[in-house]
Design a binder for this molecule. Structure first.
Ligand code: NAD
Ligand code: IPM
Ligand code: MN
Length: 365
């Protein structure tokens, strides 16, 4: 039987709740395909700050690098919000992404037929939406230098950051996006702010140049402000979107709301070689943490992406996806996706129902 080592990073807030559920689903789906997992749980974020004093302990990064794939919950919380930059949980997550070199973050936003009524948009607008946001994850303003605090000529305090992209950084994320678009509906929309920002001017130039190597993909360019509007006006015009780190962060949260809830959206972060990092796009949701209210489906679907993109185990991935659909068909909903006529359940119970579906449901080919 095939065997893989998985680093689990529960993190903070609802992180441990959703990871515990997703781990069980991953184990069961794997075992039905003859796969077994060796799980190693490591601290990251606020949990690591409290236990060890840093947001990404060396042992955690080493374990992650040595494993076949990494499944993360979420990090962050009020308790650490006032920490200095290098002692913020968020810094741990950014160091993890940089340390693993996972420059390509795939964030699918799919409106499932069962959840059309959970979308805040009209049924005819939301129905059938299927978008893949390809977000650059290890560059741009998140990592650009110079950055920091200082003072200006007037002696006033200032904070500053740098939005910067090199040719090779744009080329590698664009290539991933072209390949993704090619396997989907063949449409790629590159989102930038090339009317104002030099980093975006370079971005657009490189995407345009690379387009000649992917003649089967129809490329368009859109300014980010317009893209934010178009996502709500007519989301079905989009197939694959490629964009920088910060625009991708914002647009993927926006796209999540088309699907009904941020609690539904998984992600896969991949590098050129080495283990991928799989995490829901949502955060630690401190407002509902510890109350068994979190929607675990984003993390469960991230486990499916781990199987698909991280381990090359599409059959086990399909089992998880089919089980999520079946669980929704049977009417189970957490609070964030609840609607009239469905059954309100907590995080644990949702996990149990997905396990039941994995057990009983044959995957669709
Ligand atoms: P958030 O995504 O944690 O929460 C936003 C809203 O969505 C909240 O009302 C929350 O209850 C709800 N929500 C999120 N996930 C949910 C789920 N699975 N089920 C049901 N409801 C869910 O964003 P925020 O409140 O801006 O940030 C909270 C903390 O999380 C901050 O410390 C932030 O830095 C951190 N954060 C971490 C990640 C990550 O770990 N990848 C991502 C985003 C934010
Ligand atoms: C996300 C989060 C992170 C990001 C934060 C917590 C660093 O918002 O994963 O979307 O901005 O990338
Ligand atoms: Mn985000």
């Amino acid at each position: 039987s095939r065997s893989y080592s998985i680093t689990l990073l529960p993190g903070d807030g609802i992180g441990p709740e959703v990871i515990s559920v997703a781990k069980d689903v991953l184990s069961l789906a794997g075992s039905l395909e003859g796969i077994d997992f060796r799980f190693q749980e490591m601290p990251v974020g606020g949990a690591a700050l409290d236990a060890i004093g840093v947001p990404l302990p060396e042992e955690t990064l080493e374990a992650a690098k040595k494993s076949d794939a990494v499944l993360m919950g979420a990090i962050g919380g009020y308790k650490w919000d006032a920490n200095e930059k290098h002692l913020k949980p968020e810094t741990g997550l950014l160091m993890l992404r940089a340390g693993l070199g996972v420059f390509a973050n795939l964030r699918p936003a799919t409106v499932l037929p069962q959840l059309v009524d959970s979308s805040t948009l009209k049924k005819e607008v939301a129905e059938g939406v299927d978008i893949m946001v390809v977000r650059e994850l290890t560059g741009g303003i998140y990592f650009g230098k110079p950055r920091g605090f200082g003072s200006n000529e007037k002696g006033e305090d200032v904070g500053f950051n740098t939005e910067i992209y090199s040719t090779s950084e744009v080329d590698r994320i664009a290539r991933v996006a072209f390949e993704v678009a090619r396997k989907r509906r063949g449409k790629l929309c590159s989102v930038d702010k090339a009317n104002v920002l030099e980093a975006s001017m370079l971005w657009r130039k490189r995407v345009t140049m690379l387009a000649s190597q992917f003649l089967d993909v129809e490329v368009s360019h859109m300014y980010v402000d317009n893209a934010a509007m178009q996502l709500i006006r007519n989301p079905k015009q989009f197939d694959t979107i490629v964009t920088n780190n910060i625009f991708g962060d914002i647009l993927s949260d926006e796209a999540s709301m088309l699907t009904g809830s941020i609690g539904m959206l998984p992600s896969a972060s991949i590098s050129e070689s080495g283990p991928g990092l799989f995490e829901p796009i949502h955060g630690s949701a401190p407002d509902i943490a510890g109350q068994d209210k979190a929607n675990p489906l984003a993390t469960i679907l991230s486990a499916a992406m781990l199987l698909q993109y991280g381990l090359g185990e599409p059959e086990a991935a399909k089992r998880i996806e089919a089980a999520v659909m079946n669980t929704l068909d049977r009417g189970f909903r957490t609070g964030d996706i609840f609607s009239a006529g469905t059954t309100l359940v907590g995080c644990k119970r949702m996990g149990e129902e997905v396990l039941r579906s994995v057990d009983s449901h044959k995957p669709v080919a």
